[in-house]
Design a binder for this molecule. Structure first.
Ligand SMILES: Nc1ncnc2c1ncn2[C@@H]1O[C@H](COP(=O)(O)OP(=O)(O)OP(=O)(O)O)[C@@H](O)[C@H]1O
Length: 321
């Protein structure tokens, strides 16, 4: 069995009357990237703060790095690193001084501390800037420094709270590369983001938080299959072939002008095979076949917001198609 880096059962938190987390379950296998997605104010930061021992939950059975959060908060703290919206970077001192401060906080022996800091500055492309006050760093450099500082203590689990918010595309891609490298070293990453593309790109599993509960959970592909909208598009150049396909295939949306048909499909191998088999046996040849799956934006809008339809309704809808 794979060991779980993070296991939460029935995590609850309210602020006054406002229920922010209404008994959510999370399980993150070690060495994977888990992404918590949700609109503004959904409770992503609250979840990170609780799991990183910064805020006490109202209830739940919570284990991080194999330690019970309530009974062994110190052991949890020793296993994790947290970075994100609440940056630890001190702008008045240099990047290197920020790093050395972290080495002291982690009580690394002087020489080992210097060695670790030098290696991390190199790895995060901060050698040139190391002797300059961090206040003058760009947004991307500050985030890189923030993550480098988190790594000084060698955490096995890292919480990244919206690590690329406000970064330009190049810095965002650099950050993605850094995150991938962390995971290839065996680190577990718990990532919150508002960017669906980011979750799609990086995460092994994604949970969508909405109204205090998880509206859906799965890999990006599984989530995309949860909502209707996936289809196969067949385009023909021969009008006769188009007409015979259109009359024989049920549930198609016709585009007579483009000689194209849209057939609802989850894009799975099984469905594609049966469609191709049918075309073959009918002797119909399409000039082009393209598979369209809903993207995570579609999933996000379908699962969150005022017109929210619970996930199981979507499944039912899809099953009924
Ligand atoms: N200390 C607090 N006291 C009272 N309410 C709080 C506190 N911290 C968070 N909240 C409320 O809890 C809700 C969830 O906030 P949280 O910061 O966890 O959301 P989020 O998903 O991280 O949002 P964002 O994407 O905007 O950062 C919000 O309604 C927020 O106003």
């Amino acid at each position: 069995m794979t060991s779980l880096a993070i296991a939460a059962k029935g995590l609850r938190k309210s602020y006054g009357d406002k229920v922010v987390l209404d008994g959510i379950d999370l399980s993150v296998p070690a060495g994977t990237i888990f992404s918590l997605l949700g609109p503004n104010g959904a409770g992503k930061t609250t979840a990170v703060k609780i799991l990183s021992t910064l805020v006490a939950p109202d209830g739940g059975d919570l284990r991080v790095g194999g330690h019970d959060l309530a009974a062994e908060p110190q052991a949890v703290r020793a296993a994790i690193g947290v970075t994100g919206q609440f940056s630890a970077v001190d702008g008045l001192i240099t990047g290197e001084e920020n790093m050395l401060l972290m080495a002291d906080l982690h009580r690394l022996p002087k020489r080992e501390g210097r060695r670790t800091v030098a290696a991390l500055l190199e790895r995060f492309d901060l050698v040139e800037a190391a002797k300059k006050p961090a206040a003058g760093y760009s947004g991307g450099m500050k985030r890189r420094l923030d993550i480098a500082m988190t790594l000084v203590g060698g955490p096995r689990i890292i919480f990244l709270d919206e690590p690329t918010t406000g970064l330009d595309p190049r810095s965002r891609h650099t950050m993605w590369q850094i995150i991938r490298e962390l995971v290839s070293d065996g680190v577990t990453v718990f990532l919150t983001t508002q960017y669906l593309e980011e979750a799609d790109e990086l995460a092994d599993r994604i949970a969508v938080l909405d109204n205090g509960t998880l509206a859906a959970e799965g890999s990006a592909e599984e989530l995309k299959r949860l909502i209707p909208g996936g289809h196969v598009r067949l385009r023909f150049s021969d009008p006769a072939a188009y007409r015979s396909a259109a009359s024989a295939l049920r549930e198609t949306v016709r585009d007579d002008e483009a000689l194209a048909l849209q057939i609802p499909s989850d894009g799975s191998q099984r469905e594609l095979r049966s469609l191709l088999d049918w075309l073959d046996s009918a002797g119909v040849e399409a000039d082009e076949l393209t598979v369209h799956t809903p993207d995570l934006d579609d999933v996000f809008f379908a699962l969150t917001g005022s017109t929210t339809v619970p996930a199981q309704h979507h499944q039912t809808e899809e099953a009924a198609r």
